[in-house]
Design a protein around this ligand. Sequence first.
Ligand code: GLY
Length: 393
Amino acid sequence: MTIPAHETAGARIVVPVALEGRPYDIHIGRHQLCETAALIAAMAPGAKVALVTDESVAALHAPALEACLQQESITSTRITVPPGEATKSAAQLIALCDALLAAKIERDDLVIALGGGVVGDLTGFAAAVLRRGVRFVQMPTTLLAQVDSSVGGKTGINTSHGKNLIGAFHQPVLVIADTALLDTLSQREFKAGYAEVVKYGLIDDPAFFDWCEVNWSRIISGGPERDHAVAVACRAKAAIVARDEREEGDRALLNLGHTFAHALERLTNYDSTRLVHGEAVAIGLALAFRFSQRMGLCSGQDAVRVSRHLDAVGLPTTLQQVPGGAGTAQEIVAAMGQDKKVRRGVLTFILARGIGKAFIAHGVATEEVQAFVESEFAGESGTANASNAGRAR
Ligand code: GLY
């Protein structure tokens, strides 16, 4: 796989999301704030804008975007929410809707979500329900949000029963993945997002996985490799969303590694000092491949290759690496019971017949899962991970 010439020249990459009746584009490239303002002015002439962001992102990027909006004579109101997963709550949703109403945001106006997955999910949900639906633009500022949560219209909040259990499908009208905004991310946050990048290779694009193995450090440092990786991920996601918006089939493939990941996040109380979503996904990906190996579906070489790559990047791949512990096998299986992929008590898993050969496995027996998790705790996860066991992050 080589990067196309126009991408190496730093040109903006546009990925269409071909949803019938609600198509939109994802713009990928560096330094796009003023282009965004121009796009909004063309898309919604005369519209007011509410710029929703969190306190940390506001300090870094809001003034520059507001200056661009002003240049286009767009009136904008900034609404700031607290950073962190706890913001995806019913109380913050109501507070945000009230603030949008106070800013007199109407159906013809536009809401911009400038931030990571938390801001995008909360703002998208507020846009879905405010006045029964207003248009919104996703401007993701984390790698994870650029390659996953900002695309595809999943919006929502968390409850004490689990993550994203209240929400709506509400597609954005535009996604701007300004890859220069990722320069301010910590290494930890960037790497966590990388787990969602490599996931696309593992699902159905083995050539992309090969390319990631060689190029991952250049994706982190920036430049054409970063933009290319975001574009490959967005194209893959756009194709899946276009054929299965509401996750009645193929879209579930995007949850590779996520059944384990969501259980681990739940058992660590969504405490980002212990585990962030992308780290949980990295462990989940490694577990999904080792579980597939145990089920006789996938070769040991492929399972080891997945863990080795994530390990090389500096991501966790074992339950032993969850700071403060991951609970017991029984607790992990019980936590999986709240997953949205549980239908009438039966778990749907995304398993793999090899790298790039993921598939949806219905009716996986919880006893099988529990026996596998117990074997992982017993340290039977193979030589590739021996160096990881017990490593503190
Ligand atoms: N993050 C998985 C999806 O959007 O379906």
